[in-house]
Design a binder for this molecule. Structure first.
Ligand SMILES: *Cc1c(COP(=O)(O)O)cnc(C)c1O
Length: 393
């Protein structure tokens, strides 16, 4: 993707919008910046609008199935030696937290008069959630996907097409997610009535703010539910982290509270470049896909392909707010290996009868590691369900 150097940003004021400390911003060509700034204006106009919120909340309730339950996992609690609640995002329609964001953004797209929705997808989960929201709203939808990914994820390609969306295959470069993003951005810039529905709390301003806003429903509910059941806030909240959307959604309402926040990133096979997706632990500062953040880079500061057993965590970048929260020591980021995640995947299935997404299993593995006999009250955000992973694991 075409990017600008930080020194090319026009004014000081522009620099401050969409920044989390030194991280974030909007490193894109001027014609794309114009579209993104218009999107930000529309977002500001509607985020506190009563009709907009009512429509969003109604859909979350009756279409997605929210509020998702906060389930006390007694068997897992006994094994760990802390009281563990699971926030059941796996029970949402389409099987993960991603639908919270796609429903929210498609309502923005509708208000903007968009005639077509586009999205990029790696494993197909975000493509699926976007195609679902587009079908619901009766808006045309194109999902950009690397050729390699369309072959690895045949089932999701078929589901996306069944929902009436078109899958556009990216064949350039490594023909994976990065190339799908480039192709989607090219299409976005050339077509005025297209809405680009980004799937995680990453990319240029205003996407990290928009995605955080729609995913914050997770921590809003968590807080309310735990107050009702236990009469107090948790000692800690845990989530897995790919781009960072379910984690920021699970953390947002606790950022100003005395609550420990822990995120599990995909360590992959081992903590070496090329074998890992542990961006927060090993990443370097730089501009990647439109924002200044941390990124897995080689000695020439070129992005390096990430690797994780969990497709949703297999990303060399990270949302800018997480880079900031790491810098100020507000959130603790821990690498969890593929093997640790698989063990937790099997353990949760056997002890609670809940098959977690392999992404979410990273957060369970983290709880097994850091909450052992701590006697804490903790919530794990179970970001998705694991049917998709059964045959591979
Ligand atoms: C996509 C995905 C993730 C990772 O994305 P974030 O933006 O970091 O939340 C985690 N869990 C599941 C189930 C996913 O589908």
């Amino acid at each position: 993707m075409e990017t600008l150097k930080q020194s090319e940003m026009k004014t000081k004021e522009e620099k401050q919008i969409g920044y989390f400390g030194e991280f974030g911003g909007q490193f894109v060509p001027p014609h794309l910046a114009e579209k993104l700034n218009h999107l930000y204006d529309v977002f500001l106009q509607y985020k506190d609008d009563e009709d907009f919120k009512k429509e969003y909340i109604d859909l979350l309730k009756n279409y997605v199935g929210r509020p998702s339950p906060l389930y006390k996992a007694e068997n897992l609690s006994k094994i760990i030696g802390s009281t563990i609640y699971l926030k059941r995002e796996d029970l949402n329609h389409t099987g993960s937290h991603k639908i919270n964001n796609t429903i929210g953004q498609i309502l923005l797209a509708k208000r903007m008069g968009a005639t077509e929705i586009i999205a990029e997808t790696g494993a197909g989960q975000h493509g699926l959630a976007t195609a679902t929201a587009a079908a619901l709203m009766g808006i045309k939808c194109k999902v950009f996907m690397g050729k390699v990914d369309t072959e690895r994820q045949k089932m999701n390609v078929q589901r996306i097409e069944l929902l009436g969306a078109e899958v556009i295959t990216a064949t350039q470069g490594s023909a994976t997610l990065k190339d799908a993003v480039d192709m989607a951005l090219g299409y976005y810039v050339e077509n005025p009535n297209v809405y680009y529905l980004l799937g995680s709390a990453v990319g240029p301003h205003p996407y990290p703010l928009i995605v955080r806003y729609f995913q914050s429903i997770i921590s809003k509910e968590m807080k309310q539910q735990l107050m009702e059941i236990e009469g107090r806030l948790p000692d800690s909240v845990l989530a897995c982290i790919g781009g960072g959307s379910n984690a920021i959604g699970a953390f947002n309402e606790f950022l100003d509270e005395k609550v420990e926040l822990h995120a599990a990133e995909g360590a992959g096979e081992s903590m070496e470049l090329g074998k890992t997706a542990a961006t927060l632990t090993l990443g370097k500062k730089g501009i990647f896909q439109g924002a200044f953040s941390l990124c897995l880079m080689d000695e020439n500061n070129e992005p390096v392909d990430s690797k994780s057993i969990a497709a949703g965590l297999d990303y060399p970048g990270i949302g800018p707010e997480h880079a900031y929260l790491k810098g100020i020591d507000r959130v603790n980021y821990h690498p969890i290996t593929d093997d640790e995640a698989v063990e937790a995947y099997q353990l949760l299935s056997k002890t609670e009868g809940i098959i977690p997404a392999i992404e979410s299993a990273h957060a369970v593995a983290l709880a097994l590691k850091i909450l052992k006999n701590k006697n804490q009250l903790a919530v794990i955000n179970l970001s998705g369900r694991g049917d998709k992973d059964v045959s591979r694991i």
